[in-house]
Ligand binder design. Structure first.
Ligand code: SAH
Ligand code: SF4
Length: 397
């Protein structure tokens, strides 16, 4: 039922320094002959250039000696994932299709999508954590993708750098046309959600290492309160998410009965609702100021009755929670329909009257298939014939 992530791919010969923890960066510098006594200082310098100033090339690092810059450039890169395509929605949402570096067996390049969602008071970046997804929720486009590989921490952090490159979101950079600074006066990327392709808690170490870099106060410095990790319910890693990462948690609940959740989120057969909610109650750092968001996708005549709404509030009693109703975003071949607006409003009213904030998530970027659950790598969208043609082309190269 669950897909196993592909391990057999070869990272590029010249590795990128993006996404290395401070100790790993020190080790990398040591390996090219930087003396031990200089390591701390050099790590701080490079960290600052990479994550505060957004340096894309070693030559930009003017506080690092010319000689060392040349040695660094001979051994490492500052590469981010490559942009294969960029789309901008009529509502300002931007979606990047990213090609990941490295060689691997198989015909398709490894690709993920990353989405930027501007709002008046914030700019949210939605990151992917896997090519495809280990799981196969029946309403999710990503779940239908066969190929799965875990992203490295560098590929996850690289999505943030790349978004800031494209948006002009570095000190002194020119802001990209059509983009604007949120009303809090801060940066264009002010929030991060792990809600792109993949199940973050099935790629725990890389996600943890990446988020600790994203939250690092001497670098990108996005507060952990502004980072949300969404999981379909990998119960054994929920507590670790709280203690080892400490970000906000969102849980894709979507159903109030195991029978139905088994179908919508098949992982439920392994970790049923009871166990999932017990892990939520015990989430480290949980309080009224730090609530868990429960996501609930509105599927017509499947999970959207008023009885469901009432059962939902009963189920969550006692957990500091927000409930986020997500209108279902259709994709080619999906078997569900989105509940009509009236039904969503009535559902939301029951939840609201029970004392929960119950925002309905406005679908963003639907015209470019950038909304929740619509992401899927372009190469997987090709027909079998097109894929064969591509393979033939690759063989004659
Ligand atoms: N794998 C993680 C995070 C990525 S999905 C998870 O499942 O939580 C982010 C959110 O989008 C999840 O709540 C997911 O259930 C929801 N989603 C998936 N497909 C969707 C669709 N077609 N329409 C609306 N929401 C969807
Ligand atoms: Fe994977 Fe999340 Fe989609 Fe389920 S909803 S298939 S866990 S990305």
């Amino acid at each position: 039922m669950e897909k196993t992530p592909l391990e057999r791919y070869v990272p590029p010969a010249k590795p990128s320094l993006v996404g290395l923890s401070r100790p790993a960066l020190a080790q990398a510098l040591g390996s090219i002959g930087v003396p031990e006594r200089q390591l701390d200082m050099r790590v701080s310098q490079i960290w600052h250039w990479l994550y505060v100033r957004g340096a894309q090339h070693f030559e930009a690092m003017s506080s690092v000696s010319k000689d060392l810059r040349a040695i660094l450039a001979a051994n490492f890169t500052l590469a981010r994932p490559q942009i294969a395509a960029e789309q901008i929605s009529v509502d300002g949402t931007r979606k990047w299709l990213l090609r990941l570096p490295g060689e691997h067996a198989g015909e398709n390049p490894h690709e993920v999508e990353c989405v930027y969602i501007p709002e008046a008071d914030r700019g949210t970046l939605c990151l992917s954590t896997q090519v495809g997804c280990t799981l196969n929720c029946s309403f999710c486009h990503t779940g239908t993708q066969r190929l799965v590989r875990n992203l490295t921490a560098g590929e996850i952090v690289g999505q943030v750098l790349l978004a800031r490159d494209r948006l002009g979101d570095w000190p002194g950079a020119k802001i990209s046309e059509g983009a604007s600074v949120p009303s809090d006066g801060g940066r264009l990327v002010s929030n991060v959600v792990m809600m792109g392709m993949g199940e973050p808690l099935y790629n725990f170490e890389a996600v943890r290492d990446a988020l600790l870099i994203v939250a690092d106060g001497d670098g990108i410095s996005i507060s952990k309160r502004r980072i949300t990790l969404s999981t379909s319910g990998v119960v054994p890693n929920i507590a670790r998410c709280g203690t080892e990462i400490g970000v906000m948690l969102a849980v894709s609940l979507h159903a109030v009965r195991d029978e139905l959740r088994d179908v919508l989120v098949p992982l439920n057969r392994k970790y049923p609702i009871r166990d999932l909610l017990a892990a939520c109650r015990a989430y480290p750092g949980l309080s009224n100021a730090r609530r868990i968001t429960f996501e609930y996708v509105m599927l017509e005549d499947v999970n959207d009755s008023l009885a469901d709404a009432k059962a939902l509030v009963r189920l969550l009693a006692g957990i500091p929670a927000k409930i986020n109703l997500i209108p279902f975003n259709p994709w080619p071949g999906s078997r569900y329909k989105c509940s009509d607006w009236d039904r969503i409003e009535r559902f939301s009213e029951v939840v609201f009257n029970a004392g929960y904030a119950s925002p309905v998530r406005t679908p963003r970027g639907r015209d470019i298939l950038a909304a929740c659950g619509q992401l899927k790598s372009a190469t997987e969208k090709l027909s079998a014939r097109e894929r064969l043609a591509l393979r033939a082309m690759a063989m004659t190269d």
